[in-house]
Design a protein around this ligand. Structure first.
Ligand code: FBP
Length: 551
């Protein structure tokens, strides 16, 4: 197969490892834990995996290990570094005992249920080291939640001699990993389940998990593109660029990209919700900046829009929640063919306030809101073109201002959506190193008989040699939330903390970035080779959160 020079060079990149993970490892147990909220309910639902201690890895003695096999699943959206978790897992297993085998379940969790798998041999793994994508075994969004699915898993694990399953996924997939771990412990079938924190969205983080893998590479990829657009805008001086950024719910990606590129405006969904803002007020805020820049002769600029924005506008949030409940396996709705019929059906069932809002939305947006939910009951926000909605609303408002003489500029807008462009990029050194460490860590958790844990690598703003590895009980991150109309135990999503250092930095600087003096930063492409300050830097978000950011 033909490869680019960078692909060839990356295949021999040796990820940097924390000192504690070099050689043999021993596990140190901390204090018992409890869930972040709803302790009684979570404890009742997870009697076998609740309250377990946080684990730390330290240097240990080499011990002989009986051979065992492991199955791995990639779950949910792609994130750069997934292949390195798998290569870390493979190398970790082979170092423990060369007779150990690694199986990959194909196409996500459904591979476990449908018994579709492949053995991941050294030759296969070598093809995928330090590459982006999940194509080594594919991914999927099948939700593992029913006992017949878990029992199908037992069947194939027994057949292949699999002692542990590693699920590489986001908050929903790791919730499923914990449900599976609990079930297998209850059944006493001897199959362990370990999770790994994946998602470009960056919303799987908490006191223990500093960041999910993939966030670093995806944000650097988008920031490069935003920087390029800013340089174009500053050269041509004729377009306003409305750039929607992936990240289903939380605005971490938009915020990180803003910190890296300093656009004129960056909307933050969590702030919109906290200030109870309407769509009209968001538009007014954008219009004010456009008018002020036009007054200074600048009819161009950049606006970052988090993908999940409309779900955070309180009135829209109520509408979407009603739609979610209404459309969850609604056969009558699913049988309807035309968009018009669907709209009529929905309007008849909504509350008067939501119905009024739904009626006023552009037809395209209304249609996008009625699309199928994902298997976890989430609206597919990546398919809702919020940037077009905002362009339309801003243009209308500017036309009114122009007619009154309050605006004299020219408004020509272009919409962009950056999402899939970043999910499979070649992992940055940070993600390549972090993911490889997560894979090795998962191996040690398995070797030590742990289940219901997520692999943990911390101290990520220090050099990789100083990172610390361990495991965090998944139940520790859980609370109860409404999903598809029912209360379910789920890992708590980390939204942007409006009191946190990354948002505070944006808040402090955004007036200056909106201003006539252009403050754009042009981050350029991810660098894989060269000085460490160019190649190995973690995100601004992580540095600000850890007090390691230097202006
Ligand atoms: P995960 O939460 O599974 O990591 O997926 C993240 C994501 O990339 C979101 O940012 C986006 O909204 C969604 O996946 C898109 O899903 P799909 O790949 O099904 O279009």
């Amino acid at each position: 197969m033909l490869k680019s020079p960078l692909q060839i060079a990356r295949s021999s990149y040796q990820p940097k490892l924390p000192t504690a993970l070099k050689g043999s490892v021993s596990i140190v147990e901390g204090e018992p834990t409890q869930s972040v909220a709803d302790q009684e309910e979570i404890k009742k639902l997870f009697p076998n995996t609740y309250g377990m201690p946080v684990l730390r890895m330290a240097k240990g003695e080499k011990k002989a290990v009986e051979p065992f096999n492991v199955g791995v699943i990639l779950s949910g959206g792609q994130a750069p570094g997934g292949h390195n978790v798998i290569s870390g897992l493979y190398d970790g297993l082979k170092n423990l005992n060369p007779a150990n085998k690694l199986y990959g379940f194909l196409g996500g969790p459904s591979g476990l249920i449908e018994h579709k798998y492949v053995e991941l041999t050294g030759n296969v793994i070598n093809e995928y080291r330090n590459t982006g994508g999940f194509d080594i075994i594919g991914s999927g969004r099948t939700k593992l939640e029913e006992t017949w699915q878990f029992d199908k898993g037992i069947e194939i694990c027994k057949e292949l001699g699999i002692r542990a399953i590693v699920i590489i996924g986001g908050d929903d997939s790791n919730t499923n990993a914990c449900v599976l771990a609990e079930y297998y412990l209850q059944k006493g079938c001897g199959i362990q389940v370990i999770g790994c924190p994946k998602t470009i969205d960056g919303d799987l983080k908490n006191e223990q998990i500093e960041t999910s893998f993939g966030f670093d590479t995806a944000c650097k990829t988008y920031s490069e593109l935003i920087g390029n657009i800013q340089r174009d805008a500053n050269s041509a001086k004729k377009y306003w660029h409305f750039i929607r950024l992936m990240g289903r719910s939380a605005s971490h990606i938009a915020l990180e990209c803003a910190l890296q590129s300093q656009p004129n405006i960056c909307l933050i969904s969590e702030e919109v919700e906290a200030k109870n803002m309407t769509l009209g007020e968001i538009v007014d805020g954008i219009v004010n900046v456009i008018v002020a820049r036009a007054d200074a002769g600048l009819n161009f600029g950049t606006i970052l829009i988090p993908e999940g924005l409309i779900e955070f506008v309180p009135a829209m949030k109520r509408l979407i929640a009603e739609l979610n409940d209404l459309l969850a396996s609604n056969e009558e709705f699913n049988a309807l063919e035309s968009d018009d019929e669907k709209r009529q059906f929905v309007k008849a069932c909504l509350s008067p306030e939501s119905c009024a809002l739904f009626r006023d939305l552009p037809k395209g947006i209304a249609r996008q809101l009625m699309l199928d939910r994902d298997p976890h009951g989430n609206v597919k926000v990546s398919q809702i073109e919020t940037e077009k909605l905002l362009i339309e609303m801003v243009a209308k408002k500017l036309a009114v201002l122009k007619a009154s003489g309050a605006y004299k500029g020219k408004f020509s807008a272009l919409g962009h959506f950056f999402g899939y462009e970043g999910r499979c990029a070649i992992p940055s050194n940070f993600d390549a190193d972090y993911c490889y460490s997560l894979g090795i860590t998962a191996t040690w958790l398995i070797a030590n008989g742990k289940s219901g844990y997520m692999a943990l690598v911390q101290n990520l703003t220090s050099p990789a040699s100083e990172w610390q590895a361990g495991g965090v009980p998944i139940t520790m991150m859980m609370n109860m939330e409404k999903r598809s109309g029912k209360m379910k135990p789920v890992i708590q999503k980390a939204l942007v903390d409006l009191d946190g250092a990354p948002f505070k930095y944006l808040e402090e600087h955004r007036d200056e970035w909106a201003d006539a003096n252009t403050s754009y930063i042009y981050p350029g492409p991810i660098q894989y080779y060269g000085p460490s300050e160019v190649c190995d830097q973690p995100t601004h978000t992580l540095k600000l959160e850890k007090g390691a950011f230097e202006d």
